[in-house]
Design a protein around this ligand. Structure first.
Ligand SMILES: Cc1cc2nc3c(=O)[nH]c(=O)nc-3n(C[C@H](O)[C@H](O)[C@H](O)COP(=O)(O)OP(=O)(O)OC[C@H]3O[C@@H](n4cnc5c(N)ncnc54)[C@H](O)[C@@H]3O)c2cc1C
Length: 460
């Protein structure tokens, strides 16, 4: 037994550490198209003290550390670029507190979306959190770290802005609390203290390991419905979203454009989700939304598509598993996407780029998008399915993906959850003083450079 393996086994118990090739294999890749790279060890801690000891050991031995949730971000963010220890957080899966009146929960970092969703359905059916379309095994914290989006993002912004407290093990092994929980037993708010949470969100595990999170919950209405507005002119998408968000009646607004099935070709579908405690409330909201778009309907610019109850089931499922299924058009495959955070007015340009990129690289595509805030911006996904048995198609999808990151930057957008290569594209274009600030923060927090190297790495 080598000495690091032995030390890790002393911290977490031998059952929860491995350096066996077949187990490391799982952590060497994700379901996207990033180059696999093997870690040297994988470890599954159960407590914050165990995480602390692992970080202390990593500092002493100068070995790299990569925190991982379910590794479902698809852009290689948990693939250890330079080897080291993957800390799989999924044994830390306790829901520690539910504060119903204050509408928040306190979770350990390994709690999955599915576990929290089921817990709330059972213990607080009138409350919900902002649920992404990711598989239920994705962790809540992994989603917050990458500034994820869910069904409440249209109303309240990125999921990461719904955090009400954090506990973090810093790269030097100190445990730090952020927000009201740093001076009170309550985890109700990050504000009005200095906004230290920003040191850990969007950093992809390069500035510390989050061990607990306080997460805001929101009213969950008893009924949910969807209306599908279909139009052909991409230039009108921002107008539709502006009008609908003005009503403040929608829970979620999504966009879809894809060449298959053929009846969808040339159209853009805007999914408008409504919730209400009664049929009357739903009907009231529906009327306001319809009337906000009546001029466009009269001008024959677009219209609502009649959905049968059967069709609605798929649209209303949370998370929407049909998204994954429709991405598997090529069978036996997977899909990758570049999530571009763009101003909504850039939708037509982004769509044009998507068509061009797909044609140039000889791949098929699907676009889905989600409005963020009351139309403040949107996530525009350039998505490409592939078949793992077809190496040529995988190469093509990879090239199309890279082109999509470049296109995002060209139209003035910001790539969401970029992989290590795409982070370089961003840093090259970023204001030099901002890049210098990133470098200084990393050096200050992580002088031994142990945390997830290869990510947000500034070579200056
Ligand atoms: C079909 C499908 C649909 C999806 N739909 C959505 C969607 O609607 N909205 C959305 O936002 N995402 C979506 N995703 C992307 C992704 O799956 C989710 O965002 C997911 O929640 C990420 O969680 P994870 O546990 O897989 O994170 P991981 O991939 O494991 O981790 C993400 C990042 O966080 C870091 N990290 C993880 N845990 C910690 C920790 N405790 N401390 C510090 N750093 C940590 C990792 O190092 C990594 O950099 C989708 C993915 C798929 C496959």
């Amino acid at each position: 037994m080598d000495k690091i393996y032995k030390a890790l086994a002393e911290i977490v118990g031998e059952e929860f550490v491995s350096n066996r090739k077949e187990e490391l294999y799982i952590y060497s890749r994700d379901s996207g198209l990033s180059e696999p790279r093997f870690p040297d060890y994988v470890v599954m801690p159960r407590t914050v003290e165990e995480v602390q000891k692992i970080i202390q050991l990593a500092n002493k031995e100068k070995i790299h550390v990569v925190p991982a949730g379910a590794s479902l971000s698809l852009s290689g963010l948990t693939i250890p670029q330079k080897g080291g220890i993957v800390i799989d957080m999924r044994r830390m899966d306790r829901i520690l507190e539910l504060n119903r009146k204050g509408r928040y929960v306190v979770l350990e970092a390994g709690v999955t979306q599915g576990k929290l969703q089921a817990f709330l359905e059972e213990n607080a059916p009138d409350l919900c959190h902002s649920l992404p379309e990711a598989p239920p095994s994705a962790t809540v914290v992994g989603n917050l770290v990458i500034h994820g989006q869910g069904n409440l993002t249209q109303a309240y912004g990125f999921n990461s802005s719904m955090i009400s407290g954090l506990e973090v093990v810093l790269p030097n092994g100190e445990i730090c609390r952020i927000g009201s929980c740093s001076l009170s037993p309550y985890w109700f708010s990050i504000e009005p203290l200095p906004y230290l949470a920003g040191l850990f969100l969007g950093w992809f595990g390069t500035t510390g390991v989050i061990t607990k999170v306080g997460l805001r919950l929101y009213p969950k209405k008893k009924l949910r419905d969807v209306e599908l507005f279909v139009l052909e002119d991409p230039k009108l998408v921002s107008e539709v979203i502006y009008r609908v968000t003005h009503t403040e009646m929608a829970e979620d607004i999504t966009t879809v454009a894809q060449p298959y099935p053929l009846m969808f070709q040339g159209t853009i579908m805007i999914g408008i989700y409504l919730t209400g405690d009664t049929e009357e409330e739903l009907e009231f909201k529906r009327r306001l939304i319809w009337s906000s778009l009546s001029e466009l309907i009269k001008a024959k610019e677009g219209g609502f598509m009649a959905l049968t109850p059967d069709m609605k089931v798929g649209f209303l499922e949370k998370p929407m598993s049909s998204l994954t299924r429709s991405a598997d058009i090529l069978k036996g495959g997977g899909f990758v996407y570049c999530g571009a955070i763009i101003p909504i007015e850039k939708f037509p340009e982004a769509l044009k780029k998507l068509f061009e990129i797909a044609e140039r690289n000889g791949v098929t595509f699907a676009h889905t998008g989600r409005v963020i805030g009351r139309g403040h911006c949107m996530m525009f996904a350039f998505a490409y399915p592939f078949n793992r048995a077809d190496l040529e198609r995988m190469e093509k999808a990879k090239r199309a993906l890279f082109d999509s990151y470049v296109a995002t930057l060209e139209i003035g957008g910001v790539p969401w959850k970029p992989g290590a290569e795409e982070q370089k594209l961003i840093l090259e274009r970023m204001d030099k003083n901002s890049v210098e600030l990133i470098k200084r923060i990393r050096e200050l927090l992580d002088p031994n450079k142990i945390m997830n190297p290869g990510n947000w790495e500034v070579e200056l």
